[in-house]
Design a protein around this ligand. Structure first.
Ligand code: SAM
Ligand code: DTB
Ligand code: SF4
Length: 337
């Protein structure tokens, strides 16, 4: 234990990245050492970093809408929307602006400040991007923060979305590089990094995280966090998903991750990416209030808010409002940009 507790808490990489990348890198060893800390020590460190950067009583509410569901050509082993798995999800066409407007207004009325539109594409075509740009304009006009997750982007796509008012683009690394091939074979890690670079250079903020509970080791969870924290700069939003096991997917029968390990992942993300919004993402419905409360103590300060994620369930909005009230916490005001 002494070798763990005497491990120096590595520096905070600087933002924006004026320093050479090597100077600001987190090693997998340093991150694994954080994971290995006694739970109270890890929580204390995460709380300390959290309070230096945020009001710890505030949580951001982001609502998801699946604007184009199912029928996806990729083989992501966790995903109910992959056409090749028999999950009961029906494929649909891209939603029309009027329909999205209704959903966005309802989310705003319920208290959401960010609205994220998801599409089950490997990679949108130019004409898809034009249509999504219209959806972004529609949502942005309500005064909501906008986010989209559409798969891999080509040159010019992120720029078009940025011009339409897109604030964030979500594209997850999902796992460490050395575990990735166990989960997905139809696109590689570098494809994901390339899309993230396009998003960043178009001036759209990056929302990028991953999934835990897919059978990876603790070191591989550390490897995922290292990849995220070493992005230069690191993402503004970091969704940490706990695998939602869906019948028909290859991961349907995956053993449960110890919930404390999920809390540890949140804490380590908070310590290594101090100013990011760390989002307690998929898997909340299966988690229970106590573990969610520990995640907030560990530095999570954003949730997906609304009774559905993309195709699977999420806690009712009433339950979330009630949980925060019981904890003496409240919704964060929209960020000033
Ligand atoms: N098709 C696009 C893509 O893959 O980038 C956008 C939508 S995709 C559903 C967005 C993210 O949802 C995935 O990268 C993954 O991290 C997460 N996700 C999908 N299915 C999940 C599941 N069963 N449990 C937890 N997270 C999941
Ligand atoms: C993210 O990291 N998690 C969200 C969002 N980004 C798009 C999606 C979770 C999906 C969970 C499975 C489903 O509902 O289909
Ligand atoms: Fe398709 Fe995205 Fe699901 Fe992968 S995660 S199968 S790319 S919708």
């Amino acid at each position: 234990m002494s070798s763990v507790t005497t491990q120096p808490l590595a520096f905070h990489p600087q933002r924006p990245a004026a320093v050479p990348r090597e100077a600001g890198r987190w090693t997998v060893d340093a991150i694994e050492a954080l994971f290995n800390l006694p739970f109270p020590e890890l929580m204390h460190r995460a709380q300390t970093v959290h309070r230096e950067n945020f009001d710890p009583t505030h949580v951001e509410f982001a609502t998801l809408l699946s604007v184009k569901t199912g029928g996806c050509a990729e083989d992501c082993g966790y995903c109910p929307q992959a056409a090749r798995y028999d999950t009961g999800v029906e494929a649909s066409k891209l939603m029309e602006p009027a329909e999205v407007l209704l959903a966005a207004k309802a989310a705003q009325a319920a208290g959401a400040t960010r609205f994220c539109m998801g599409a089950a594409w490997r990679s949108p075509k130019d004409r898809d991007i034009e249509k999504v740009a219209e959806l972004v304009r529609t949502v942005k006009a309500l005064g909501l923060e906008t986010c989209a997750t559409l798969g891999m982007l080509e040159d010019g796509h992120a720029q078009t979305l940025q011009s339409a008012g897109l604030d964030y683009y979500n594209h997850n690394l999902d796992s460490s590089p050395d575990f990735y091939g166990d989960i997905i074979s139809t696109r590689d890690y570098q494809d994901r990094l390339d899309t993230l670079a396009r998003v960043r250079s178009a001036g759209v903020k990056v929302c990028c995280g991953g999934i835990v509970g897919m059978g990876e080791t603790r070191r591989q969870r550390a490897g995922l966090v290292a990849e995220l924290a070493n992005l230069t700069p690191y993402p503004e939003s970091v969704p940490i998903n706990n695998l939602v096991k869906v019948e028909g997917t290859p991961l349907a029968n995956q053993a449960d991750l110890d919930p404390f390990e999920f809390v540890r992942t949140i804490a380590v993300a908070r310590i290594t990416m101090p100013t990011a919004r760390v989002r307690l993402s998929a898997g909340r419905q299966q988690m229970g209030d106590g573990i969610q409360a520990l995640c907030f103590l560990a530095g999570a300060n954003s949730i997906f808010y609304g009774d559905k994620l993309l195709t699977t369930g999420n806690p009712d909005t009433d339950a979330d409002v009630n949980l925060l009230a019981r904890l003496g916490m409240s919704r964060a005001a929209p960020e000033v940009r």
